[in-house]
Design a protein around this ligand. Sequence first.
Ligand code: PLP
Length: 373
Amino acid sequence: MNDLLDKLKKYRERDWSYDSGRIFSSMCTNPLDEALEAHQMYTDVNALDSKIFPSAKRLESEVIRKISALYSSTHAGGYITSGGTEGNIYALWLARKLRDKGEKVIAPISAHYSMQKACDLQQLKLIQTTLNDQYKAEVEDINEQTDKETIAIVATVGTTALGKIDPIREIAEIAEDAGCFLHVDASFGGFVLPFIKNAPPWDFEIESVSSITSDPHKMGLTPIPSGVLLVRDHSWIDELRMDIPYLDQTSATLLGTRPGASIASTWMALNLLDSNNYGRIVRRCMKLTRQLAEGIRGISDLRLVTEPELNLVSFTSNTSDVSQLRVALERRRWLVSLNSQPESVRLVVMPHHREEHIRSFLNDLRECVRELS
Ligand code: PLP
Protein backbone atom coordinates (compact mmCIF):
# COMPACT_ATOMS: atom_id res chain seq x y z
CA MET A 1 0.00 0.00 0.00
CA ASN A 2 2.72 2.46 1.03
CA ASP A 3 4.66 1.51 -2.08
CA LEU A 4 1.67 2.35 -4.22
CA LEU A 5 1.17 5.68 -2.51
CA ASP A 6 4.87 6.48 -2.95
CA LYS A 7 4.54 5.63 -6.60
CA LEU A 8 1.55 7.93 -6.97
CA LYS A 9 3.39 10.70 -5.18
CA LYS A 10 6.27 10.37 -7.59
CA TYR A 11 3.92 10.52 -10.56
CA ARG A 12 2.32 13.65 -9.12
CA GLU A 13 5.70 15.29 -8.58
CA ARG A 14 6.29 15.07 -12.31
CA ASP A 15 3.18 17.17 -12.98
CA TRP A 16 3.38 20.94 -13.32
CA SER A 17 2.16 22.95 -10.37
CA TYR A 18 0.09 26.14 -10.40
CA ASP A 19 2.14 27.40 -7.43
CA SER A 20 5.18 27.82 -9.66
CA GLY A 21 3.34 30.58 -11.55
CA ARG A 22 4.72 29.05 -14.77
CA ILE A 23 1.41 27.75 -16.15
CA PHE A 24 -0.17 30.22 -18.57
CA SER A 25 -2.04 27.61 -20.59
CA SER A 26 -4.82 26.75 -18.17
CA MET A 27 -8.14 28.30 -17.20
CA CYS A 28 -7.99 26.42 -13.89
CA THR A 29 -6.04 27.25 -10.76
CA ASN A 30 -5.43 26.23 -7.15
CA PRO A 31 -8.72 26.01 -5.28
CA LEU A 32 -9.27 27.79 -1.98
CA ASP A 33 -8.14 25.58 0.92
CA GLU A 34 -11.62 25.65 2.45
CA ALA A 35 -13.24 24.70 -0.86
CA LEU A 36 -10.88 21.76 -1.08
CA GLU A 37 -11.80 20.74 2.46
CA ALA A 38 -15.50 20.92 1.61
CA HIS A 39 -14.81 18.82 -1.49
CA GLN A 40 -13.03 16.20 0.60
CA MET A 41 -15.84 16.15 3.17
CA TYR A 42 -18.32 15.29 0.39
CA THR A 43 -16.31 12.81 -1.70
CA ASP A 44 -18.69 9.94 -0.89
CA VAL A 45 -21.85 11.98 -1.42
CA ASN A 46 -23.99 11.11 -4.43
CA ALA A 47 -26.08 14.16 -5.27
CA LEU A 48 -28.49 11.98 -7.26
CA ASP A 49 -29.81 10.44 -4.09
CA SER A 50 -31.39 13.10 -1.94
CA LYS A 51 -32.94 10.47 0.33
CA ILE A 52 -29.52 9.40 1.60
CA PHE A 53 -27.88 12.81 1.20
CA PRO A 54 -30.46 15.56 1.71
CA SER A 55 -27.71 18.05 2.58
CA ALA A 56 -26.43 18.04 -1.01
CA LYS A 57 -29.86 19.05 -2.30
CA ARG A 58 -30.06 21.84 0.24
CA LEU A 59 -26.57 23.17 -0.55
CA GLU A 60 -27.28 23.00 -4.28
CA SER A 61 -30.46 25.07 -3.90
CA GLU A 62 -28.52 27.68 -1.94
CA VAL A 63 -25.79 27.83 -4.57
CA ILE A 64 -28.30 28.18 -7.40
CA ARG A 65 -30.10 30.97 -5.54
CA LYS A 66 -26.84 32.82 -4.90
CA ILE A 67 -25.53 32.53 -8.45
CA SER A 68 -28.93 33.45 -9.91
CA ALA A 69 -28.84 36.67 -7.89
CA LEU A 70 -25.30 37.32 -9.13
CA TYR A 71 -26.64 36.94 -12.68
CA SER A 72 -29.60 39.31 -12.16
CA SER A 73 -32.36 36.77 -11.60
CA THR A 74 -34.72 35.89 -8.79
CA HIS A 75 -36.40 32.90 -10.39
CA ALA A 76 -33.74 31.01 -12.33
CA GLY A 77 -33.31 27.29 -11.85
CA GLY A 78 -30.37 25.04 -12.48
CA TYR A 79 -27.88 22.61 -11.09
CA ILE A 80 -24.20 22.02 -10.46
CA THR A 81 -22.56 20.37 -13.45
CA SER A 82 -19.11 19.02 -14.15
CA GLY A 83 -18.21 22.13 -16.15
CA GLY A 84 -18.82 24.07 -19.34
CA THR A 85 -19.05 21.07 -21.64
CA GLU A 86 -21.91 19.55 -19.67
CA GLY A 87 -23.58 22.96 -19.38
CA ASN A 88 -23.44 23.44 -23.15
CA ILE A 89 -24.80 19.95 -23.88
CA TYR A 90 -27.61 20.44 -21.39
CA ALA A 91 -28.58 23.88 -22.70
CA LEU A 92 -29.05 22.55 -26.22
CA TRP A 93 -30.95 19.52 -24.91
CA LEU A 94 -33.33 21.90 -23.17
CA ALA A 95 -33.55 24.23 -26.17
CA ARG A 96 -34.63 21.34 -28.36
CA LYS A 97 -37.15 20.14 -25.79
CA LEU A 98 -38.74 23.58 -25.42
CA ARG A 99 -39.03 24.11 -29.15
CA ASP A 100 -40.69 21.22 -30.86
CA LYS A 101 -39.34 21.80 -34.35
CA GLY A 102 -36.09 22.78 -35.99
CA GLU A 103 -32.58 21.46 -35.68
CA LYS A 104 -30.32 24.44 -36.34
CA VAL A 105 -27.93 25.89 -33.76
CA ILE A 106 -26.16 29.14 -34.59
CA ALA A 107 -22.84 29.78 -32.88
CA PRO A 108 -19.93 32.03 -33.82
CA ILE A 109 -16.76 30.23 -34.85
CA SER A 110 -15.18 31.36 -31.55
CA ALA A 111 -17.58 29.19 -29.50
CA HIS A 112 -15.94 26.43 -27.45
CA TYR A 113 -15.48 23.14 -29.30
CA SER A 114 -17.88 21.47 -26.85
CA MET A 115 -20.62 23.05 -28.94
CA GLN A 116 -19.61 20.66 -31.72
CA LYS A 117 -19.88 17.76 -29.26
CA ALA A 118 -23.26 19.00 -28.08
CA CYS A 119 -24.61 19.22 -31.63
CA ASP A 120 -23.06 15.97 -32.77
CA LEU A 121 -24.51 14.06 -29.82
CA GLN A 122 -27.98 15.46 -30.37
CA GLN A 123 -27.90 15.41 -34.16
CA LEU A 124 -28.31 19.16 -34.36
CA LYS A 125 -27.00 21.15 -37.29
CA LEU A 126 -24.32 23.59 -36.13
CA ILE A 127 -23.98 26.75 -38.22
CA GLN A 128 -20.73 28.53 -37.41
CA THR A 129 -20.90 32.26 -38.01
CA THR A 130 -18.11 34.75 -38.57
CA LEU A 131 -16.37 37.22 -36.26
CA ASN A 132 -15.95 40.96 -36.65
CA ASP A 133 -12.58 42.73 -36.66
CA GLN A 134 -12.61 42.67 -32.84
CA TYR A 135 -12.90 38.84 -32.89
CA LYS A 136 -16.45 39.04 -31.50
CA ALA A 137 -19.58 37.48 -32.99
CA GLU A 138 -20.58 39.24 -36.23
CA VAL A 139 -24.17 40.10 -35.41
CA GLU A 140 -25.23 40.58 -39.02
CA ASP A 141 -24.12 37.06 -39.90
CA ILE A 142 -26.10 35.60 -36.99
CA ASN A 143 -29.10 37.57 -38.17
CA GLU A 144 -28.81 36.24 -41.70
CA GLN A 145 -28.42 32.63 -40.59
CA THR A 146 -31.27 32.62 -38.07
CA ASP A 147 -34.59 31.31 -39.37
CA LYS A 148 -37.59 29.27 -38.29
CA GLU A 149 -35.48 26.11 -38.19
CA THR A 150 -33.22 27.66 -35.54
CA ILE A 151 -33.71 26.24 -32.07
CA ALA A 152 -30.87 28.11 -30.37
CA ILE A 153 -28.28 30.81 -30.72
CA VAL A 154 -25.15 30.48 -28.62
CA ALA A 155 -22.93 33.37 -27.59
CA THR A 156 -19.87 33.49 -25.38
CA VAL A 157 -18.65 35.86 -22.71
CA GLY A 158 -14.97 35.10 -22.42
CA THR A 159 -14.11 33.16 -25.57
CA THR A 160 -11.62 30.37 -24.98
CA ALA A 161 -9.02 31.62 -27.43
CA LEU A 162 -9.05 35.38 -26.84
CA GLY A 163 -11.33 36.09 -23.87
CA LYS A 164 -13.68 38.18 -26.01
CA ILE A 165 -17.20 39.16 -24.96
CA ASP A 166 -19.84 38.67 -27.64
CA PRO A 167 -22.41 41.50 -27.95
CA ILE A 168 -25.18 39.75 -26.04
CA ARG A 169 -27.72 42.56 -26.22
CA GLU A 170 -27.68 42.70 -30.01
CA ILE A 171 -27.72 38.92 -30.32
CA ALA A 172 -30.63 38.78 -27.84
CA GLU A 173 -32.72 40.96 -30.18
CA ILE A 174 -32.24 38.43 -32.95
CA ALA A 175 -33.20 35.55 -30.62
CA GLU A 176 -36.26 37.43 -29.50
CA ASP A 177 -37.42 38.14 -33.05
CA ALA A 178 -36.89 34.50 -33.99
CA GLY A 179 -38.49 33.23 -30.76
CA CYS A 180 -35.54 30.92 -30.18
CA PHE A 181 -33.44 29.97 -27.18
CA LEU A 182 -30.34 32.07 -26.37
CA HIS A 183 -27.61 30.25 -24.45
CA VAL A 184 -24.73 32.27 -23.02
CA ASP A 185 -21.53 30.32 -22.44
CA ALA A 186 -19.92 32.18 -19.53
CA SER A 187 -17.70 29.25 -18.55
CA PHE A 188 -14.75 31.60 -18.19
CA GLY A 189 -16.34 35.06 -17.95
CA GLY A 190 -19.05 34.10 -15.46
CA PHE A 191 -16.77 34.57 -12.49
CA VAL A 192 -14.98 37.63 -13.90
CA LEU A 193 -17.61 39.93 -15.42
CA PRO A 194 -19.71 40.45 -12.27
CA PHE A 195 -16.60 41.79 -10.56
CA ILE A 196 -15.17 44.24 -13.07
CA LYS A 197 -16.21 47.80 -13.77
CA ASN A 198 -18.08 48.73 -16.94
CA ALA A 199 -18.78 45.14 -17.98
CA PRO A 200 -21.30 45.10 -20.82
CA PRO A 201 -24.75 43.60 -20.03
CA TRP A 202 -24.68 39.86 -20.63
CA ASP A 203 -26.79 37.98 -18.07
CA PHE A 204 -30.51 37.44 -17.23
CA GLU A 205 -30.89 41.21 -17.04
CA ILE A 206 -31.35 40.83 -20.80
CA GLU A 207 -34.86 39.46 -21.30
CA SER A 208 -34.16 36.90 -23.98
CA VAL A 209 -31.13 35.26 -22.38
CA SER A 210 -32.51 31.76 -21.77
CA SER A 211 -29.61 29.98 -20.09
CA ILE A 212 -26.12 30.59 -18.77
CA THR A 213 -23.33 28.18 -18.04
CA SER A 214 -20.40 29.26 -15.89
CA ASP A 215 -17.55 27.42 -14.20
CA PRO A 216 -16.53 27.76 -10.57
CA HIS A 217 -13.61 25.46 -11.39
CA LYS A 218 -12.11 28.14 -13.63
CA MET A 219 -12.13 31.62 -12.03
CA GLY A 220 -14.36 30.60 -9.10
CA LEU A 221 -11.51 28.97 -7.12
CA THR A 222 -13.12 25.56 -6.54
CA PRO A 223 -11.61 22.12 -7.18
CA ILE A 224 -12.38 20.31 -10.43
CA PRO A 225 -15.10 19.47 -11.42
CA SER A 226 -17.68 22.16 -10.89
CA GLY A 227 -19.85 24.12 -13.26
CA VAL A 228 -23.20 25.81 -12.92
CA LEU A 229 -26.00 25.63 -15.44
CA LEU A 230 -28.79 28.15 -14.98
CA VAL A 231 -32.04 28.53 -16.90
CA ARG A 232 -34.19 31.66 -16.86
CA ASP A 233 -37.32 29.93 -15.63
CA HIS A 234 -36.83 27.17 -13.08
CA SER A 235 -39.91 25.31 -14.36
CA TRP A 236 -38.16 24.65 -17.71
CA ILE A 237 -35.95 22.12 -15.98
CA ASP A 238 -39.03 19.96 -15.38
CA GLU A 239 -39.25 19.42 -19.14
CA LEU A 240 -36.22 17.18 -18.76
CA ARG A 241 -37.25 15.52 -15.51
CA MET A 242 -37.50 11.74 -15.49
CA ASP A 243 -38.56 9.17 -12.92
CA ILE A 244 -35.81 7.01 -11.44
CA PRO A 245 -37.88 3.87 -10.92
CA TYR A 246 -35.41 2.13 -8.65
CA LEU A 247 -35.03 5.10 -6.28
CA ASP A 248 -38.53 6.45 -6.14
CA GLN A 249 -37.06 9.85 -7.00
CA THR A 250 -36.70 11.99 -10.12
CA SER A 251 -33.71 13.37 -11.99
CA ALA A 252 -33.52 16.34 -14.35
CA THR A 253 -29.74 16.45 -14.74
CA LEU A 254 -27.57 15.04 -17.51
CA LEU A 255 -25.59 12.73 -15.24
CA GLY A 256 -27.17 10.19 -12.92
CA THR A 257 -24.78 9.72 -10.04
CA ARG A 258 -23.27 13.16 -9.45
CA PRO A 259 -20.47 14.33 -7.16
CA GLY A 260 -21.79 16.02 -4.04
CA ALA A 261 -18.21 17.27 -3.65
CA SER A 262 -18.70 19.73 -6.52
CA ILE A 263 -21.75 21.17 -4.78
CA ALA A 264 -20.13 21.45 -1.36
CA SER A 265 -16.97 23.09 -2.68
CA THR A 266 -18.93 25.60 -4.77
CA TRP A 267 -21.12 26.38 -1.77
CA MET A 268 -18.02 26.98 0.35
CA ALA A 269 -16.27 29.19 -2.20
CA LEU A 270 -19.36 31.30 -2.76
CA ASN A 271 -19.95 31.79 0.94
CA LEU A 272 -16.35 32.56 1.71
CA LEU A 273 -15.68 34.91 -1.11
CA ASP A 274 -18.19 37.68 -0.90
CA SER A 275 -18.21 39.96 -3.89
CA ASN A 276 -15.44 42.10 -2.43
CA ASN A 277 -12.99 39.28 -2.17
CA TYR A 278 -13.79 37.89 -5.58
CA GLY A 279 -13.51 41.42 -6.89
CA ARG A 280 -10.06 41.81 -5.39
CA ILE A 281 -8.78 38.60 -6.97
CA VAL A 282 -10.31 39.38 -10.34
CA ARG A 283 -8.96 42.93 -10.34
CA ARG A 284 -5.47 41.62 -9.53
CA CYS A 285 -5.66 39.24 -12.50
CA MET A 286 -6.80 42.11 -14.71
CA LYS A 287 -3.95 44.33 -13.50
CA LEU A 288 -1.40 41.59 -14.23
CA THR A 289 -3.03 41.08 -17.62
CA ARG A 290 -2.49 44.76 -18.46
CA GLN A 291 1.15 44.55 -17.30
CA LEU A 292 1.69 41.45 -19.42
CA ALA A 293 0.07 43.07 -22.46
CA GLU A 294 2.14 46.22 -21.96
CA GLY A 295 5.35 44.18 -21.74
CA ILE A 296 4.50 42.30 -24.94
CA ARG A 297 3.72 45.58 -26.72
CA GLY A 298 7.24 46.69 -25.78
CA ILE A 299 8.87 43.77 -27.64
CA SER A 300 9.29 45.02 -31.17
CA ASP A 301 8.94 41.63 -32.85
CA LEU A 302 5.63 40.83 -31.19
CA ARG A 303 2.10 42.04 -31.79
CA LEU A 304 -0.99 41.66 -29.61
CA VAL A 305 -3.77 39.99 -31.54
CA THR A 306 -6.37 42.14 -29.81
CA GLU A 307 -6.75 44.31 -26.72
CA PRO A 308 -7.51 42.04 -23.74
CA GLU A 309 -11.05 42.33 -22.40
CA LEU A 310 -10.69 39.63 -19.76
CA ASN A 311 -7.61 38.02 -18.25
CA LEU A 312 -6.31 36.52 -21.50
CA VAL A 313 -3.52 37.84 -23.71
CA SER A 314 -2.71 36.58 -27.19
CA PHE A 315 0.16 37.64 -29.36
CA THR A 316 1.80 36.80 -32.60
CA SER A 317 5.27 37.44 -34.00
CA ASN A 318 6.27 39.41 -37.10
CA THR A 319 9.32 37.21 -37.68
CA SER A 320 9.19 33.97 -35.68
CA ASP A 321 6.96 30.97 -35.93
CA VAL A 322 4.71 30.95 -32.83
CA SER A 323 5.09 27.19 -32.38
CA GLN A 324 8.86 27.65 -32.16
CA LEU A 325 8.30 30.38 -29.60
CA ARG A 326 6.21 28.00 -27.56
CA VAL A 327 8.94 25.35 -27.67
CA ALA A 328 11.57 27.93 -26.65
CA LEU A 329 9.38 29.07 -23.75
CA GLU A 330 8.77 25.52 -22.65
CA ARG A 331 12.52 24.89 -22.63
CA ARG A 332 12.61 27.70 -20.06
CA ARG A 333 9.82 25.96 -18.15
CA TRP A 334 6.90 28.19 -19.18
CA LEU A 335 3.69 26.50 -20.28
CA VAL A 336 1.75 28.46 -22.88
CA SER A 337 -0.77 27.30 -25.47
CA LEU A 338 -1.35 28.16 -29.12
CA ASN A 339 -4.45 29.49 -30.82
CA SER A 340 -5.15 28.40 -34.35
CA GLN A 341 -7.57 31.20 -35.22
CA PRO A 342 -5.66 33.46 -35.50
CA GLU A 343 -2.35 31.65 -35.08
CA SER A 344 -0.99 33.07 -31.85
CA VAL A 345 0.42 32.36 -28.42
CA ARG A 346 -2.32 32.31 -25.77
CA LEU A 347 -1.70 33.29 -22.16
CA VAL A 348 -4.31 32.99 -19.41
CA VAL A 349 -3.54 35.10 -16.35
CA MET A 350 -4.94 33.31 -13.31
CA PRO A 351 -5.09 33.83 -9.54
CA HIS A 352 -1.90 31.75 -9.17
CA HIS A 353 0.11 34.46 -10.97
CA ARG A 354 2.05 37.21 -9.21
CA GLU A 355 3.90 40.26 -10.51
CA GLU A 356 7.26 38.50 -10.30
CA HIS A 357 5.94 35.73 -12.58
CA ILE A 358 4.89 38.29 -15.18
CA ARG A 359 8.27 40.07 -15.01
CA SER A 360 10.23 36.86 -15.22
CA PHE A 361 8.06 35.57 -18.08
CA LEU A 362 8.57 38.79 -20.05
CA ASN A 363 12.37 38.58 -19.57
CA ASP A 364 12.42 35.02 -20.87
CA LEU A 365 10.07 35.91 -23.72
CA ARG A 366 12.43 38.71 -24.83
CA GLU A 367 15.31 36.24 -24.83
CA CYS A 368 13.34 33.65 -26.78
CA VAL A 369 12.42 36.24 -29.41
CA ARG A 370 16.06 37.37 -29.68
CA GLU A 371 17.20 33.76 -29.98
CA LEU A 372 14.75 32.96 -32.77
CA SER A 373 15.14 36.10 -34.88
N1 PLP B 1 -16.82 27.03 -22.74
C1 PLP B 1 -15.76 27.85 -22.73
C2 PLP B 1 -15.92 29.26 -23.20
C3 PLP B 1 -14.51 27.38 -22.29
O1 PLP B 1 -13.46 28.21 -22.32
C4 PLP B 1 -14.42 26.05 -21.87
C5 PLP B 1 -13.12 25.50 -21.44
O2 PLP B 1 -12.09 26.10 -21.52
C6 PLP B 1 -15.57 25.24 -21.88
C7 PLP B 1 -16.75 25.76 -22.33
C8 PLP B 1 -15.50 23.79 -21.47
O3 PLP B 1 -15.35 23.71 -20.08
P1 PLP B 1 -14.99 22.33 -19.38
O4 PLP B 1 -13.63 21.95 -19.92
O5 PLP B 1 -14.99 22.69 -17.96
O6 PLP B 1 -16.02 21.35 -19.74
